[in-house]
Design a protein around this ligand. Structure first.
Ligand SMILES: Cc1cc2nc3c(=O)[nH]c(=O)nc-3n(C[C@H](O)[C@H](O)[C@H](O)COP(=O)(O)O)c2cc1C
Ligand code: SF4
Ligand code: SF4
Length: 381
């Protein structure tokens, strides 16, 4: 049986899955629900200036497919005052045995110092620094999260003795350098990433939707962007990386570990499927590890990052060819419709066939054939 125990910033987690900072982790009761469902740890909703706005949420592009929609939302900082937030930490710590990570978002140094001190005194096990909210001032108005990260991390580190974990924005052309800035600021780990800033407009009122401003957007599609940057940062960093973005299943958790994450955060999946999705993720990760013969999560952490092939050494001579299984083809014509090389054609004997001289082996028809009658294989040069 796989052992999912994970060491993270000096804490011991039953498994690497952390419920991300959001409305779903806003109270001690919610943290208890996450713990009961199997979370390895919880990161609390961020405490910040109390510019409370009611959470507004929309699901965009929902019609296309389960994996293509976008969760678009705008939610302010925690509704709680500083004192209430500290009391909620203490209550959560008394109710659960898993680590409770607080989260803080401030606009000036005095607030960083006062609030981080309060949070540490309240008993939080660690502290995330949220200067990457996609629709808040750090990203939009007064500050640039990229230049602030090292300085703010160093300030909070010099204030409290609990682990300090800055949460990075994905909106940079070089997140690895930002992660290294955080490490130089003495961070204990980094979270990669918060969500992207987005905008959607209503065609009838011709106004931006929800609160009328910019909002955060994410969804299952975000996982590929996050994996790409963690795979690059992981070999260069000495502190752990906590992934955040697009994780929906135990297999997704395993993928994040394979590219180098130490812990794996999840948020939107909990919004859409409830806290019970956490136990499914834990089981999915156990199943994967058992199937692959891994005893510990550290057995395969970073393995795919180490196997990344650079563009310079890709074998450009490889060729592929699609073929259609005539027994399964239902003659829908979809392959002929989508192939820009005109390789699939009606066969004289009925059904469809691929003209080898036209097929470049891209594989798109095999992905889109409704009955899976197309296969693609490597052919000799
Ligand atoms: C409604 C909502 C509220 C959020 N609030 C916070 C927050 O207060 N602090 C924070 O650091 N991240 C916040 N996030 C970002 C999440 O913690 C997480 O990083 C992000 O949603 C990406 O993960 P996911 O793809 O699993 O949702 C919020 C996300 C959503 C959807
Ligand atoms: S998409 Fe599949 S089922 Fe449809 S014509 Fe092509 S091979 Fe046949
Ligand atoms: S593999 Fe690509 S090129 Fe070949 S038939 Fe299918 S879509 Fe066309």
């Amino acid at each position: 049986m796989a052992d999912l125990t994970t060491s993270y910033v000096g804490l011991t987690l039953n498994n690497p899955i952390i419920v991300s900072s959001a409305g779903i982790s806003g109270t001690a009761e919610m943290i208890r629900r996450a713990a009961d469902a199997g979370a390895g740890a919880v990161s609390m909703k961020s405490l910040g200036d109390r510019h409370w706005t009611s959470p507004r949420m929309a699901v965009l592009k929902r019609g296309n497919s389960i994996d293509s929609w976008t969760f678009y939302s705008s939610e302010g900082n925690s509704k709680l005052s500083e004192e209430e937030y500290a009391a909620e930490i203490a209550l959560a710590k008394a109710s659960v045995s898993i680590p409770v990570i607080a989260s803080l978002s401030c606009m000036n140094d005095d607030d960083w110092v006062r609030r981080s001190t309060l949070i540490a005194q309240a008993g939080a096990d660690a502290l995330e620094l949220d200067i990457s909210c996609p629709h808040a001032a750090h990203m939009l108005i007064t500050r640039n999260s990229l230049s602030e990260i090292g300085r703010v991390t160093a300030l909070v580190k010099s204030t409290v003795s609990i682990p300090v974990i800055p949460k990075l924005t994905p909106q940079s052309d070089d997140p690895t350098t930002v992660a290294l800035d955080a490490q130089n600021g003495n961070a204990d780990a980094v979270v990669m990433f918060n969500r992207f800033t987005g905008l959607d407009v209503d065609l009838e009122s011709q106004q931006p939707i929800l609160h009328g401003g910019l909002a955060g957007h994410g969804g299952p599609w975000a996982i590929y962007y996050v994996m790409r940057w963690i795979s690059e940062a992981y070999p260069k960093m000495t502190i752990p990386i906590s992934s955040s973005g697009g994780v929906w299943s135990g297999e997704d958790v395993a993928k994040m570990l394979l590219v180098g994450a130490t812990t794996v955060q999840t948020c939107t999946a909990v919004y859409f499927e409830g806290y019970s999705v956490l136990s499914k993720m834990v089981r999915g990760l156990e199943d994967y590890m058992d199937r692959m013969g891994h005893q510990q999560v550290s057995d395969f952490r970073g393995r795919a990052a180490a196997r990344l092939t650079s563009a310079a050494v890709i074998d450009r001579g490889r060729q592929y060819l699609a073929t259609i299984d005539p027994e399964r083809c239902i003659e829908c014509g979809e392959c002929a419709n989508i192939c820009i090389y005109d390789a699939p054609n009606p066969a004289s004997s009925g059904g469809y066939e691929i003209i080898p001289g036209l097929c470049v082996g891209c594989g798109l028809c095999a992905e889109l054939c409704p009955v899976g009658s197309i296969s693609v294989r490597e052919v000799s040069r």
